[in-house]
Design a binder for this molecule. Structure first.
Ligand code: NGQ
Ligand code: ZN
Length: 443
């Protein structure tokens, strides 16, 4: 496959008239200042594909259906009850159909790899399926059907809360003994395509004890290691009651947190925790649209970035699937909180800072080579269309994509496959029909 782009974001910066050749899932050559050849796919603006570092694909199935309240105040915790009720209804077939739609939509938005934080493991009665890795197999099948690259993060879940408390009935599909969990990780290894990675994820400090977390980190070193943390204030208060420390402080002082780690949300941080998290070189896994939807709070982005912190972006609950929207919401939450503008910028373009940081942080968190338009890099590419046709080749393109209205995703390649054409996933109609049928049956 060969491509010609009028403007392309190379590791060295923006270039014009760039010709690329792709071979076997990787970029073979990149030539700026070239002339197009017959047969080249013609792109306007070419970017590396973004990693989506945090997804619960099944939650796509109830997008927009938790936006009403009953007689009592609604919260993260009442949302979680609804989410659990939905989770108890899902068959393996529905899981695959919903995940495939979510992954196709991610590709349509410019995400070329997904980190699937996967905890819906067992049958609705809580017993393992005949194949204990059945639900993980459905995630791999959805990734294969759509072509997105997958970092699969099977989740270790054992408890219902700090203490530890016994798990609740709504959590019965999530639970493993440490031994059964280790077997699940092994099974996942055997399902991975060459572009896939297997990490692991103790769900949270609520669902795994510090002893379980450190044992897992020792047993499975050098892989993506993700955990939800400090998302809700009630969780911070519970952690203080049980450990005398706040969640991120507690984790950083008891676990070997380093560059393989990704702390999802990490919303509630003191200034000292913010600096310590940045210094750990772990990635903060920010999911700004879900964090807004669930009423989590505002991540201290300015202080974290000033301390050299690394972050990536995730679509988490998949209530909306949009790459530019996550970056935009991150910046807008900061503006609302600080009453300033261009908070996530260094100096210069905010869009470029957000894009480059999310690219590097997302790849780090997902244990994948950083997507870049360079020979040897994975052929994960996004072509944007500019409806205004401005002849730009600079960072304003990223500002206009993320904050403006004129740039849209036209084509996407993941691992060299041309999966999105003219804004649509090549199997969009079939995948949408299958997911719609599965969801209608559940509702
Ligand atoms: C999850 N999601 O695991 O899907 C969580 C909710 C929990 C988000 N936090 C459940 N966004 O944290 O216990
Ligand atoms: Zn999550």
């Amino acid at each position: 496959m060969t491509l010609f782009a009028k403007a392309a974001l190379l590791p060295s910066g923006w270039a014009r008239d760039v010709r690329l050749t792709l071979r076997a899932g990787t970029i073979h050559s990149v030539t700026p200042g070239a002339a197009p050849l017959p047969g080249d796919h013609r792109a306007e603006i070419l970017l590396p594909g973004l990693p989506n570092l945090h997804s619960h694909a099944f939650q796509r199935g109830f997008s927009g259906l938790t936006e009403h309240r009953g007689p009592t105040p609604d919260s993260f915790w009442t949302w979680r009850e609804m989410m659990y009720r939905f989770a108890l209804t899902l068959s393996p077939e529905a899981m695959q159909a919903i995940a495939a739609l979510a992954y196709a939509e991610m590709l349509e938005q410019g995400f070329t790899r997904v980190g699937e934080f996967h905890y819906l493991h067992h049958a609705p009665d809580g017993r393992p399926y005949a194949n204990p890795a059945e639900m993980s197999a459905r995630i791999f099948a959805a990734a294969s059907e759509t072509g997105i690259s997958l970092t699969h993060l099977p989740v270790f879940y054992a408890h219902g809360g700090f203490g530890p408390q016994a798990p609740g009935a709504g959590q019965r599909r999530f639970l493993h003994s440490p031994d059964a969990f280790a077997r699940l990780v092994q099974s996942c290894e055997s399902m991975a395509r060459p572009q896939d990675r297997i990490g692991l994820a103790p769900h949270s400090l609520r669902a795994a004890t510090m002893g379980e977390i450190t044992t897992l980190a020792q047993a499975f070193p050098n892989r993506p290691f993700h955990i939800h943390i400090a998302e809700q204030q009630a969780e911070v208060a519970d952690c203080l009651t049980h450990t005398g420390q706040r969640p991120v402080d507690h984790l950083l002082s008891h676990a070997p947190v380093g560059p393989d780690w990704c702390l999802i949300h990490a919303t509630h941080l003191t200034p000292a925790e913010t600096r310590a998290l940045a210094a750990s070189n772990a990635v903060a896994g920010l999911c700004p649209i879900t964090e807004a939807n669930l009423g989590d709070g505002i991540f201290p982005a300015a202080d974290f970035l000033a301390a050299g912190g690394r972050f990536g972006l995730g679509t988490d609950s998949n209530v909306q699937i949009t790459a530019k929207g996550e970056a935009q919401m991150l910046e807008y939450s900061q503006r609302l909180g600080t009453r300033g503008r261009n908070i996530c910028a260094d100096h210069g373009s905010t869009g470029a800072r957000l894009f480059r940081a999310a690219l590097a942080g997302g790849a780090q968190a997902l244990g994948a080579p950083a997507p870049q338009l360079a020979p040897g890099a994975p052929a994960d590419l996004v072509a944007l269309h500019d409806s205004m046709g401005f002849a730009m080749a600079d960072d304003r393109l990223l500002d206009r994509w993320i904050f403006g209205t004129d740039l849209t995703v036209a084509d996407v390649w993941a691992h060299g496959a041309h999966l999105v054409q003219q804004g649509r996933h090549i199997h969009a109609a079939r995948l949408r029909a299958a997911a719609a049928a599965a969801c209608r049956a559940l509702l």
